[in-house]
Ligand binder design. Structure first.
Ligand code: HXC
Length: 497
């Protein structure tokens, strides 16, 4: 057992190569852990572990630690279990011993109910160890799954991350990736070229742009190691140490000014400004901000209490729900529910995006995931309808019928099966064929008879119609009243997206 005395804040990051001790695990990996952990809190376990493989002359390469540092530590004074792979030792590749160390530290986390943070920098399964290496990954995947929804799991991608090294992060709750010189893929460019003849660079195949914008695998992108590790502390500040623990509370702060949003329902605006006008100042941490941007998800604090925010984004695809945003939202809702974060949903959506591509892509089964996640959630759930909530998207976005604890609507909000124009063209088709000039009048009539927030309030689909500036205090009051509804117990795991 080794106790480190270096400080998180006082260590400038040096390049991994400059710090490595040839043949021994440590340099860069230990250095990164020191940056993450509170001063003097790091307790390393398994520093003397070595593999026992002799094939391929491996007996001559038996570095102490076997390419991974595993440790217990504190981050912002809260206990965490950590592992950091060292790509300067056997490429950070994972053999049986390396895997056993990671599984062991995860078991510590499960038993002591604390988060697991993995710093990933690995060429994947150690080729020389064959099935032993594959089984090592199998054991890690199983440990990821067995701890899912029990303790928070965070992965930080800081270098190559190939094969099994990429699958394990996908099973964890939050993935943070360094912008440059970090890659995630199942098979590297050389294998891709050999199998498909496709000539592709590592960045094109699995760089941070790919995973933050297109695959949706990565939640946060950092400029360098230091920023990535500070993001870990930031993410942990919203999460309990386990599903059995209370949420970490912060000092309440007033929000930013509430923006005015366009009253014309067809004019776009950035819903994140509304979110910032309601939650505590500087507390909003958006996740997957470049992926499925038509749905905004992120952590925030409301009067000091961590919450999960889900919001339609009218400035992207008019705020419709589609394939990607359904899955993005579903996983986030399940993450919040697993760890007891109340959900605040901001609704401004004309519905699900229609069309062949969406239907063929699985709009029904993927949309069902979001619906399922909200309906299943037992945490306090509050909804604010900002301007419009139409059709299936109205139901899916944490409606009263799906079990929202409170639904608020802003003045002028409309809730309906569909927009007035489309509705009138269907239900008044015959009338309009005779008297096309009556369309505007019929649209006004439909609005008055079927869409207004007041009508929804009459039938209690909306609890209160509130002005924008009243919204925060009502949400805070509702959360306070729902304090007893939080059940600190295991709810469910957090399936991959
Ligand atoms: C053993 C490995 C290794 C591996 C790298 N090394 N990957 N050793 N097993 N998987 C070793 C190299 O031999 C080299 O050793 C050192 O690490 C550094 O590797 P380089 O290639 O020089 O580094 P770099 O150019 O940075 O490239 C990194 C890389 C590349 C992109 C990760 O090494 C690579 O493509 N590796 C193979 C990736 C892969 O396909 N892994 C298996 C995936 S299958 P020396 O001694 O020369 O310094 C898998 C199964 C699980 O993981 C699937 C679960 C679903």
């Amino acid at each position: 057992m080794t106790i480190s005395t270096t400080a998180r804040t006082e260590q400038p990051m040096a390049s991994p190569a400059a710090l490595s001790v040839p043949g021994e695990t440590g340099g860069p990996a230990r250095r990164r852990l020191d940056l993450l952990a509170d001063r003097g809190s790091l307790v390393e376990l398994g520093s003397g572990a070595r593999h026992r493989v002799s094939a391929f002359n491996m007996q001559s390469r038996r570095p102490a630690g076997d390419g991974v540092v595993t440790a217990l530590a504190r981050v912002d004074q809260r206990p965490v279990a950590l592992f950091a792979q060292d790509s300067t030792v056997l490429g950070g590749s994972l053999g049986e011993t390396h895997a056993a160390k990671i599984v062991r530290i995860m078991e510590w986390a499960g038993r002591s109910r604390m988060p697991v943070v993995g710093l990933v920098d690995s060429g994947g399964a150690r080729i020389q160890e064959g099935v032993g290496a594959l089984d090592g990954y199998g054991a890690i995947f199983r440990a990821n799954v067995r701890h899912s929804g029990r303790v928070p799991q965070i992965s930080v991608i800081l270098g190559p991350c190939a094969g099994g090294a990429a699958y394990s992060p996908a099973l964890t709750d939050i993935v943070i990736m360094r912008r440059d010189n970090a890659h995630m893929f199942l098979t590297g460019p050389a294998v891709v070229k050999a199998v498909t003849r496709e000539d592709v660079s590592a960045a094109e195949l699995g760089g941070s742009a790919v995973h933050s914008r297109r695959s949706g695998t990565v939640h946060l992108v950092a400029d360098d190691d230091v920023e990535a590790l500070s993001m870990v502390a930031q993410v942990l500040s919203y999460l309990p140490s386990s599903c059995w623990d209370d949420l970490p509370l912060a000092v309440p702060a007033l929000p930013q000014d509430m923006p005015e949003i366009p009253s014309n329902h067809r004019v776009a605006y950035d819903v994140r400004r509304v979110v910032r006008g309601i939650v505590d100042r500087d507390s909003f941490l958006e996740l997957q901000s470049a992926f499925a941007r038509n749905l905004v998800t992120g952590f925030a604090r409301l009067n000091g209490c961590p919450v999960g925010v889900v919001a339609n984004q009218p400035s992207v695809l008019a705020g419709t729900l589609d394939l990607r945003s359904s899955e993005k939202g579903a996983r986030f809702v399940r993450l919040c529910d697993a760890f007891g974060l109340p959900l605040i949903t901001f609704v401004d959506t004309p519905g699900f995006l229609p069309g062949t591509a969406q239907e063929e892509g699985g709009a029904i089964r993927r949309g069902a995931k979001l619906l399922y996640a909200f309906a299943e959630a037992t945490v306090p759930r509050l909804t604010v309808v900002l301007r419009k909530a139409f059709g299936g998207a109205y139901i899916v976005m944490n409606s009263r019928s799906l079990g929202a604890d409170a639904v608020l609507a802003w003045p002028g909000a409309e809730l309906a099966v569909m927009g007035a124009e489309g509705a009138v063209d269907i239900i008044h088709r015959r009338d309009l064929a005779q008297e096309p000039h009556r369309r505007d009048e019929l649209i006004d009539g439909y609005r008055a008879q079927a869409m207004s927030a007041e009508l929804s309030a009459e039938r209690m689909s909306v609890d209160e119609i509130v002005r924008p500036e009243q919204t925060r205090s009502l949400l805070v009051g509702a959360l306070d009243a729902l304090r007893g509804a939080r059940r600190p117990t295991f709810r469910h795991d957090n399936l991959p997206q």
